[in-house]
Design a protein around this ligand. Structure first.
Ligand code: CO
Ligand code: CO
Ligand code: CO
Length: 319
């Protein structure tokens, strides 16, 4: 991506340069359109649940910026010659129902014939210009809050290999299927300076983008990071998705791990997430109360996992 030639007039709208969650397009003095798009191949067996999770994941970028979603468009790839169209209808219904809980409609979309099913949404949102929460404004001394436990990549791999029990299965689906809308509306009431959502690049990958964009470093504590049930057990048995391993290889030179952190733990921190939580830079004066409110409203754990510090040799220090 860094080799692309981008014409200068595109500087009027931004987000691209710092890998922010949405692009921002000002429409008048006070408001901007924010736009995002996301789609992927099935991560669960049940088509309806897949549709719901894909929609939840697509909407997440709007919530990470503190915006309000307005409407969405479907993006569909489907092997209509190989799989019954009822499966597609279930996927789309999952998307429609999830958008209904986000109080928006899907107004159209586009589908193509494809060997592997793919589904997601392009979502358009609205935001006040003075309320945009970017990913590159993290501040030194701010606490780092994570609003969902991590490990969904590892757990999904364990489910595919049929070694995860029902309790783990239900837990990971509950987490991936929950909109970040509540977390977003709660965070907007506090002194929050930056936010992004944790998705494909994993906790370390998205935190690194925040650090580089904000010209700070981060110090995090492994033991404070909430994990989905059984994530450590599976990671110890090397049930690690390929994407998670490539995340780690791409990131490792930017991270200083204390020698007590074991290699399976490094993979967990790099684990590619689907529809993960928000990663928030919050002033220490507000972080405890924000955390308390998050944990009162969400039925999984949020936590303060560390803090932002002066920029040093590494982007992230993990102990
Ligand atoms: Co994002
Ligand atoms: Co995205
Ligand atoms: Co079309």
């Amino acid at each position: 991506m860094s080799k692309l030639k981008i014409p200068a007039y595109q500087n009027q709208s931004s987000g691209f340069e710092t890998f922010d969650d949405c692009c921002i397009y000002p429409i008048n003095e006070t408001q901007s359109i924010i736009q995002t798009v996301d789609f992927f191949t099935p991560i669960v067996d049940d088509p309806y649940t897949f549709g719901q999770i894909a929609a939840t994941n697509s909407l997440s970028d709007i919530y990470a910026m503190g915006g309000i979603p307005l409407f969405a468009l479907n993006i569909v790839g489907f092997p209509s010659d190989k799989i019954n169209l009822e499966v597609l209808s279930d996927i789309l219904q999952g998307g429609i129902d999830k958008c209904e809980s986000a109080k928006i409609k899907i107004l159209g979309g586009h589908s193509i014939k494809d060997d592997v099913p793919k589904y997601g949404l392009a979502v358009t949102g609205l935001i006040d210009n003075d309320k945009i929460i970017r990913n590159n404004k993290a501040a030194i001394n701010d606490d780092i809050i994570l609003t969902k436990p991590i490990g969904s990549g590892i757990i999904s791999t364990a489910i595919k290999r049929e070694i995860a029990d029902n309790k783990v299965h239900d837990e990971v689906i509950k987490i991936m299927n929950d909109l970040n809308d509540k977390a977003s509306s709660i965070m907007k009431r506090y002194n929050v300076k930056a936010c992004t959502d944790v998705t494909g690049f994993g906790l370390l990958g998205h935190l690194k983008e925040m650090c580089i964009g904000s010209k700070v470093s981060a110090k995090i504590f492994y033991n404070k990071i909430p994990l989905i049930l059984n994530t450590e057990d599976f990671a110890k048995k090397d049930i690690i998705p390929g994407g998670t391993k490539s995340n780690f290889n791409y990131l490792k030179n930017n991270i200083n791990f204390k020698n007590t952190i074991k290699s399976f733990q490094k993979f967990i921190l790099s684990d590619s997430q689907t529809s993960g939580g928000l990663l928030i830079s919050c002033n220490k004066s507000d972080s405890q109360i924000l955390l308390k409110e998050l944990n009162n409203s969400l039925d999984y754990k949020s936590a303060i996992i560390g803090e932002f510090i002066h920029q040093k040799d590494y982007s992230i220090y993990c102990e």
